[in-house]
Design a protein around this ligand. Structure first.
Ligand code: HPA
Length: 273
């Protein structure tokens, strides 16, 4: 058995010995979006540093635990805090929790992130459904020996974001009177925010928002045959004529302010799964 499969078996055996219910939906929370867990009927929390083979999160605004419980009556596992490539983790480590979700029985993942807007119509606080992504200079998490037990060597990426879930989210937003944008997420490594020239380049390449997460997780989930829905909170605007200094604090604040809208959409989506 390969090292990776062995690790997945050990990780999931540990989790199952602590919490026996199979989660069907996995939720990944982005920067400043950790309060989402208040919506969960929490049944078990396991700190990342207790879980065998799990990397440990270091970034401010990320609490670092797996939360198991019910959302809208459905069994879910929620990652409060994720792993970023810019923290020094390998692409394989960044996407390890997604594989753990698959191994536990998860069939659908909902992913959130904070992102800088590059579309001229976007405002801070907007929510954007990710309809597609561009990976800019990010290591592909599937590089290396392919584990056929996880997925194919050359996975199709023509439709990483599930169309049905996008349609459902739009319907939910309409009912709740939430304005939802839709666009292309451009994934970069960070940790620097972009230069003015880079934000413009991303816009010209077809990116509507840019961020430092998500793409590796999505590739891993699609490889493993899971359905994906992802949404960005626009926390800053990359393309402005005036002075445009972007800080981590303003990103966290804007994410926090937009969180209730994102939470409502995720909750209703899960209810309908
Ligand atoms: N660029 C990259 N990542 C980000 C940004 C940004 O402007 N905002 C939040 N995450």
């Amino acid at each position: 058995m390969s090292v990776l499969i062995n690790q997945l078996n050990e990780t999931t055996a540990f989790i199952k010995s602590n919490y026996a219910i199979t989660p069907l939906v996995g939720i990944v929370l982005g920067s400043g979006l950790g309060n989402f867990s208040a919506e969960l009927q929490i049944e078990k929390e396991i700190a990342y540093n207790e879980i065998p083979h799990f990397p440990v999160s270091t970034v401010e605004g990320h609490s670092g635990k797996l939360i198991f419980g019910k959302l809208a009556g459905k069994p879910v596992v929620c990652m409060a805090g994720r792993f970023h490539f810019y923290e020094g983790y390998t692409a394989t480590q960044v996407s390890y929790p997604i594989r753990v979700m698959k191994w536990l029985g998860v069939h659908t993942v909902l992913i959130s992130n904070a992102a800088g807007g590059t579309h001229s119509d976007f405002k801070v606080g907007d929510l954007m459904i990710i309809k597609d992504h561009i990976s800019l200079f990010i290591n592909n998490p599937l590089i290396g020996k392919n584990e056929t037990e996880l997925g194919p060597r050359f996975p199709d990426m023509s439709e990483p974001y599930d169309k049905q879930l996008i349609k459902k989210a739009k319907g939910i937003a309409k009912e709740l009177n939430i304005d939802l944008k839709k666009g292309v997420y451009c994934g970069v490594t960070g940790p620097t925010f972009e230069t003015r020239a880079e934000y413009k380049l991303i816009q010209q390449l077809g990116g509507d928002a840019v961020g430092m997460s998500t793409v590796q997780e999505v590739i891993t989930a699609v490889h493993a045959g899971m359905k994906v829905f992802a949404m960005s909170v626009i926390t800053d605007l990359g393309i402005r004529d005036e002075e445009n200094i972007i800080t981590h604090e303003e990103v966290l604040q804007a994410a926090k302010d937009a969180e209730p809208k994102l939470t409502a959409i995720f909750k209703h989506l899960v209810a309908g799964l």
